[in-house]
Design a protein around this ligand. Structure first.
Ligand code: PMP
Length: 405
């Protein structure tokens, strides 16, 4: 273990507080993480020192804000090892990234009768935009099923892929089960048949090194707010030859080259997909979040979170009546469980009274819930600032809550 956990915790002022007179234990990191002081400071700095509208300014403040905004693009490019900065599009989150990709890819490449394969474990945001596009284009959504361990049945791809298949949409990491999906393998299978792959990286980018070239994916999306960055910032990475052929998602300022009533031409990448004034300050502060992640080291972070996952799993599986969903190997720091005879919502509400923040419900993954024939789960998800002591507090509180029922 090469990270200094106490030092890291000191960077997150919000963690040091009491909820219902108990020390806060924040285990809802898959929903959103907290931000370190470095990110809060970066956000403050833009508003107090150099805020201005970007790309079109003829003054110092606008130029400085533009440079800082574009510097974050460069940082994102390096973080995921994209080929070029033109392939990094800022959005307001993973959801908007997927909607953008589904709309524009659909307009460019999908015809009536075509098929899009979507996995059964997807977050609603990696299902519904594809359904909307399929509805518009007269295309069909085909489900890639999971097995009872929550693993994608990729051996079924052979049967599911047809000459009509245009794209496979899949999560890198499940937000419910934590399963790490073999996206490089899926990309290889897809590409041999000239099919594209879209990867929802919302639960992967905060926890491991992503190399889009190594994975050889066509699209990759993630959100800053799940990786210690600000709200309202997301990223869409895409292969350049695809992005170039795709039409704009929204029209407005910034995305144009020339506007005439007789016809408009569009800006070059990535600006073609960034209509209007973007989320300037938050993008700049996202740069500070990336610096923060890199200062810890993604490998250090991943190995610490893995240690937390194993520790928590070993303490939870011995609790009578408790079932953890999904495989226990090859997964990220997410544990979804139910306790026999107790509603997940009651468990979550009672844990909250012990100062412990977990998530309860369907986690925006109804098809996955249907697969396990449940309405929801309790989900504990870890971040780099969590500790084994917090897991002890959580497990003891859970045992007390179970005993009350
Ligand atoms: N996909 C996955 C796997 C997620 O976990 C989430 C967030 N819960 C999203 C997509 C949507 O992300 P956002 O709400 O930041 O757009």
């Amino acid at each position: 273990m090469t990270i200094e956990i106490q030092k890291i915790r000191e960077d997150f002022p919000i963690l040091d507080q009491k909820i219902y007179k108990r020390q806060l234990v924040y285990f809802d990191n898959a929903a959103t993480t907290q931000r370190p002081q470095q990110v809060i400071d970066a956000l403050n700095q833009t508003y107090t020192e150099y805020y201005g509208n970007i790309h079109r300014g003829a003054h110092f403040m606008a130029d400085k804000a533009t440079a800082a905004y574009e510097e974050t693009r460069e940082k994102v490019k390096n973080l995921i090892n994209a080929e070029s900065r033109e392939q990094i599009i800022f959005t307001k989150g993973t959801t908007e990234s997927i909607n953008l990709a589904a709309f524009s890819f659909g307009e460019a490449f999908v015809r009536e009768g075509d098929e899009i394969i979507v996995s059964e474990m997807e977050h609603h945001s990696n299902i519904v935009p594809w359904q909307l596009m399929a509805g518009r284009k007269g295309a069909k959504i085909v489900m890639l099923p999971i097995d009872d361990d929550g693993r994608l049945q990729i051996e079924k791809l052979d049967q599911l892929i047809t000459p009509k298949t245009k794209l496979i949409a899949v999560a890198h990491v499940s937000n419910v089960l934590g399963t790490i999906n073999p996206v490089a393998t899926i990309a290889r299978i897809a590409h041999t048949k000239d099919i594209r792959i879209f990867v929802d990286g919302a639960q992967a980018a905060p926890h491991r090194q992503i190399d889009v070239q190594d994975l050889d994916v066509d699209f990759y999306a993630f959100s800053a707010h799940k990786m210690y960055g600000p709200n309202g910032v997301g990223v869409l990475y895409g292969k350049k030859e695809l992005l170039e052929q795709m039409p704009p998602y929204q029209g407005g300022g910034e995305m144009i080259s020339e506007v005439k009533f007789s016809g408009t031409t569009y800006n070059e990448l990535p600006y073609k997909f960034e209509a209007g004034t973007p989320n300037i300050s938050d993008v700049i502060a996202f740069g500070a979040a990336i610096d923060y992640l890199l200062s810890i080291g993604l490998e250090n972070l991943a190995s610490w979170e893995h240690e937390l996952l194993e520790y928590a799993t070993s303490k939870l599986i011995v609790i009578p009546g408790l079932r953890i969903y999904g495989i226990q190997a090859l997964k990220s720091g997410v544990i979804s469980f139910n306790v026999e005879g107790i509603h997940f919502f009651d468990l979550g509400t009672m844990l909250d009274k012990f100062g412990i923040a977990v998530r309860t419900g369907h986690h925006c993954a109804d098809p996955l819930m249907d697969h396990f024939d449940i309405q929801g789960t309790v989900r504990a998800s870890f971040a780099v600032y969590n500790t084994k002591e917090e897991i002890d507090v959580f497990v003891e509180a859970l045992k007390k809550v179970i005993a009350m029922f």
